[in-house]
Write a protein that binds this ligand. Structure first.
Ligand code: ADP
Length: 274
């Protein structure tokens, strides 16, 4: 890969299909965007363009963009939101975190809370975790009957097709980090007083189930990477590279959507402001 890959090259490098083997995917990809300075410059440019396009999407108000961020603890979901949408004002972006379902949410089907959070026309919606938890933690921790979980893959593919048919572009990123990198990041949360608030002892329980989670992620990628909503696996051991990659794809996606300011039926010169 040359040191200034195009957005298409970057996207092709992280696309996955039905035969993906997670264990063979590099969590660093030093060959992709090797130069940190250049990647940071590109990120800043992309973030600014994302802001302009978001403004047009908001004005046009006919379509929406949904960005799904999935990844194990410490994979950088929050950091990605901060970096990639750094330039984008709060007006047209809505971030929804999905934690353990509430009693009310559990009283409905698993997609109920998700559908409610899908961005309205004109908005960019970001899911910090998502409906995919229902085939990840739910599978690893047996939170639903096995046959129900098995059915969910097809249901999710159909749900996302429904969204796409109704004007929602769906972008799905899995943030892929190594076991060693997770260890470092968890240790950081113990060592750095400014990060201690993120410490959650139950993350250690999930870490013990590393292999089960990797297997659940791989199955999720294989079963739900569809033509209308493909998965992208982002090498996420280097935060700056992760941010640059995701910004590049988000920018390219918005450019392809090409939102337009709506035409007006009047002429500006008809009005005089005293
Ligand atoms: P984060 O770890 O993303 O910063 P939280 O500390 O709120 O945020 O953790 C969210 C937790 O909620 C995770 O452990 C995740 O596995 C869990 N969770 C999310 N969705 C579901 C779900 N559908 N069923 C069960 N647990 C879920």
């Amino acid at each position: 890969m040359n040191d200034k890959p195009s957005a298409t090259d970057i996207d092709a490098a992280i696309a996955v299909g039905a035969k993906v083997k997670l264990a063979t995917l590099d969590t660093r990809r030093d060959d992709l965007l090797p130069d940190r300075k250049k990647a940071e410059k590109q990120l800043a440019e992309d973030a600014a363009v994302i802001n302009t396009l978001q403004d047009r999407l908001f004005a046009e108000r006919t379509r929406a963009l949904l960005v799904v961020l999935q990844g194990i603890d410490t994979s950088g979901k929050d950091g990605t939101v901060r970096a990639v949408f750094n330039e984008t004002g709060p007006l047209g972006v809505v971030v929804t975190p999905f934690g353990r379902p509430t009693e009310e949410e559990l009283a409905h089907d698993y997609l109920w809370r998700v559908h409610r959070a899908v961005p309205r026309k004109g908005f960019i919606g970001i899911f910090n975790r998502s409906h995919y938890e229902d085939v990840l933690v739910a599978k690893v921790r047996n939170l639903a009957p096995a046959d129900a979980i098995e059915r969910r893959y097809g249901e999710i593919v159909a749900f996302e097709q429904h969204l796409v048919n109704n004007g929602v572009t769906v972008l799905k990123f899995m943030l892929h980090i190594s076991r060693d990198e997770q260890k470092k990041r968890l240790q950081d949360r113990l060592d750095d007083p400014a990060k201690r608030w993120k410490w959650n002892a139950s993350d250690l329980e999930d870490r013990k189930l590393w292999d089960d989670y990797q297997a659940a992620y791989e199955k999720m990628l294989r079963k739900t990477s569809s033509a209308h909503a493909p998965w992208r696996v982002v090498p996420a051991d280097r935060k700056w590279r992760r941010n640059a990659i995701i910004a590049s794809v988000v920018r390219a996606t918005l450019e392809a959507m090409n939102p337009q300011y709506p035409p007006v039926s009047w002429k500006p010169e008809e009005f005089v402001i005293e």
